[in-house]
Design a protein around this ligand. Structure first.
Ligand code: SF4
Length: 247
């Protein structure tokens, strides 16, 4: 017997996946569940930017479940960023050292803390809606069109359209007030605006990175491609004090 596919939305809470949720509802596309993988910094502290986490729990999940009648499931990996950072390298010249901060372009947090719980949760019969916009041709070309589908592309919705649609329903994550993407607060790909927001609005979180930077036997002490947390902090605080504009 051929099993009927289960339609799931893989939802980060960013504008593209939220717009996909709205399009599914407006166009009555089949959708049984929205799934969000929350990255954890450690077992007590979320890796999501606090404003974004609050948006997910207080706004998006209730909207999805109460207004649309679609379950919104929040998954957690057994691994946290703390585990990823303290993973001991077992091969090569750096054997015995702690891995350290996530590497830009090769993020183990994405693999171990974000993608893994989703992959484990989905059954082979799942069809996933992914938030890739109509004006992202390279990313769209990687979709197989069978198990991964872009509703944004189906309905001709660009990234700008997605943002507008979320705004119309009051479902644009507050992270877009200070930056153009949502990601973990310790992301190695974070831009200046995200790092500055973290430093000025969540200094207690930033302080956790400064502590890790000082640990012994750490292979990668850089938070971004070039700088350690203390170097990033010194540069940005200097810019803030001298009134240098953020770009
Ligand atoms: S947002 Fe950044 S740190 Fe988080 S999983 Fe993605 S690449 Fe890694």
């Amino acid at each position: 017997m051929i099993k009927r596919p289960k339609y799931i939305l893989s939802c980060s809470g960013g504008k593209d996946s939220v717009a996909s949720l709205l399009l599914a509802a407006v166009h009555k596309e089949p959708l049984e569940e929205a799934v969000f993988a929350e990255v954890m910094f450690d077992h007590e502290t979320s890796g999501e930017v606090p404003e974004h986490r609050e948006f997910i729990y207080q706004t998006l999940k209730p909207f999805c479940e109460r207004e649309l009648g679609i379950p919104f499931t929040i998954l957690h990996s057994l691994k946290t960023y703390e585990d990823v950072f303290h993973h001991v390298i077992v091969r090569g010249p750096y054997r015995g050292m702690k891995r350290g901060f996530a590497w830009a372009g090769h993020c183990c947090v994405n693999r171990d803390c974000k993608s893994l719980p989703i992959r484990r949760y989905l059954s082979p019969e799942t069809v996933s809606y992914v938030g890739i916009a109509a004006d992202e041709p390279e990313r769209l070309a990687r979709l197989d069109g069978r198990t991964k589908i872009s509703l944004l592309n189906k309905y001709g919705c660009t990234e700008a359209d997605a943002r507008k649609l979320c705004g119309k329903y009051g479902l644009l994550s507050p992270v877009y007030e200070h930056c153009s993407r949502n990601g973990c607060w310790f992301c190695p790909n974070a831009g200046k605006k995200e790092l500055r927001h973290l430093l000025t609005h969540h200094p207690e979180l930033y302080a956790r990175l400064l502590v890790w930077e000082k640990e012994d036997n750490v292979f990668n002490r850089r938070l971004t491609r070039k700088e350690t947390p203390s170097e990033v902090k010194a540069r940005l605080m200097n810019e803030i004090q001298t009134g240098t504009s953020v770009s």
